[in-house]
Design a protein around this ligand. Sequence first.
Ligand code: ZN
Length: 292
Amino acid sequence: MDTVSIREVAPRDGLQNEEPIPTDSKVRLIDALSGTGVRRIEAVSFVHPRAIPQMADADEVWARAWHNPDVRYSALIPNTRGAERAIAAGFREIEVVVSASDTHNRRNLNRSTDESLDDITGLIPLIHAAGAKLEVIVATSFGCPFEGDIDPERVASIVERVRADGADRIAFGDTTGMATPRRVRDLLSEVRPDLLHFHDTRGTGLANVLTALELGVTEFDASVGGIGGCPYAPGASGNIATEELVHMLEDMGIRTGIDLDKLITVAELAEDLLGRTLPSGVLRAGPRTRLV
Ligand code: ZN
């Protein structure tokens, strides 16, 4: 393949796993990302503010952010109320998470995987009636911190069910960075997603992307600066840094549409806004070897 589609998830997935920052800072981050050439941004989530205080101002952030017509923006929702808020705010691309691990699903969403799947069955007609599309993200697809290995057949059965219900797109999440190229091959030989969300918690993020590319997947999530961290390992890194992914792909002749220099400027801005050093090699070293 000669192009890869990257969805930038720092404003939602990233910031949800950081200390809360002001509304202004969130708007600045979305606006800066919207000018890098990236075509897709996960902008906010519509969750209860008690559950996720980092997203309590989602409506205001979205109302004030630049809606670049060349960018497709999406929102994550946990339930019907969230879907209604996302639709009212104008989103036509909506994501919902279900975990392949029942234990993880109960810890994360307070219900069993089957109960979540029943919820999704009910959400799809509501979302379609508004002219929107639903992506189902299957979390812990490559392993679970509580249950360990996840059988690829279990992931496949979840995909089969939500596709039968009318889900428009499927993503697999490597929620705690357990994926390796071997696990990617094992799962993708069983069932293929539209998009992959890898974490770099154990240093295998880009290796997993390359493996998935060889198997034909061309859509990936990444977060500028690697914003986000790992929800189950304080201090560890989480999302793949977008500039590391873009740097590798562009050097391989695979186009992303993203301007790497602009993206690195956004990663620097993100460090300022968050007030911490972000885990990105390209941010530290620059886009290429310096001769001086
Ligand atoms: Zn993530």
